[in-house]
Design a protein around this ligand. Structure first.
Ligand code: AMP
Length: 176
């Protein structure tokens, strides 16, 4: 199978779930890709092809970002750092708050997980409004780390999330 048809077959596995987790959201469910070993392997290989070779760590965003970033870290021999919601990491943390439609949320990494010598790529499954990814980028910059880019499986282009991000964005798929 050539690269285009393997990308098409991966994309066809993504399931659209209307009105989840709340009315009006068309949820892009990647779990069918993860359930198929060949598709999961292809996905990880293709996402790793877009990584800058000089990156030494990947930062996975809770929670589906963990699934992709951990497999990518193993495949590309890079370190893995996890960016988590409050109350999940046991040690001292760096934190970054960000606005939601109603209220605010926070993302955290362990203090000492990143330093000024690290060059990182931030990984998640879907780039939507970009608020979460932007908060993660700010968090990594606050650790004086160089953010080389973002790697998403998919971008919802109409939401223009990439406009919030300073570092270059790599997405395997773009949907309206
Ligand atoms: P964002 O709006 O870009 O801050 O997205 C927040 C988080 O929710 C990201 O980690 C995405 O994985 C997830 N997300 C947002 N919108 C969707 C969607 N339509 N389908 C699947 N996941 C989504």
């Amino acid at each position: 199978m050539n690269q285009q048809s393997s990308q098409d077959s991966l994309f066809s596995l993504i399931r659209d779930v209307p009105d989840f987790p709340k009315p009006g959201i068309l949820f892009k469910d990647i779990t069918p890709v993860l359930e198929c070993p060949e598709s999961f392997s292809q996905l990880i290989e293709q996402m790793c092809e877009g990584l800058p070779p000089e990156a030494n760590k990947l930062v996975g965003i809770e929670s589906r970002g963990f699934l992709l970033a951990s497999a990518m870290a193993k495949h590309s021999h890079k370190g893995l750092v996890i960016a988590r919601k409050p109350g999940k990491l046991p040690g001292p943390v760096l934190r970054q708050t960000y606005a939601l439609e109603y209220g605010q949320d926070e993302i955290q990494i362990h203090q000492g997980s990143l330093s000024s010598s690290d060059r990182i790529v931030i990984v998640d499954d879907v780039l939507a409004t970009g608020g979460t990814a932007q908060a993660c980028e700010k968090l990594c910059l606050s650790a004086e780390t160089e953010v080389l880019g973002f790697s998403f499986m998919m971008e919802i282009a109409a939401l223009q999330g990439r406009n919030l991000l300073k570092a270059p964005v790599h997405c395997l798929y773009s949907v309206k």
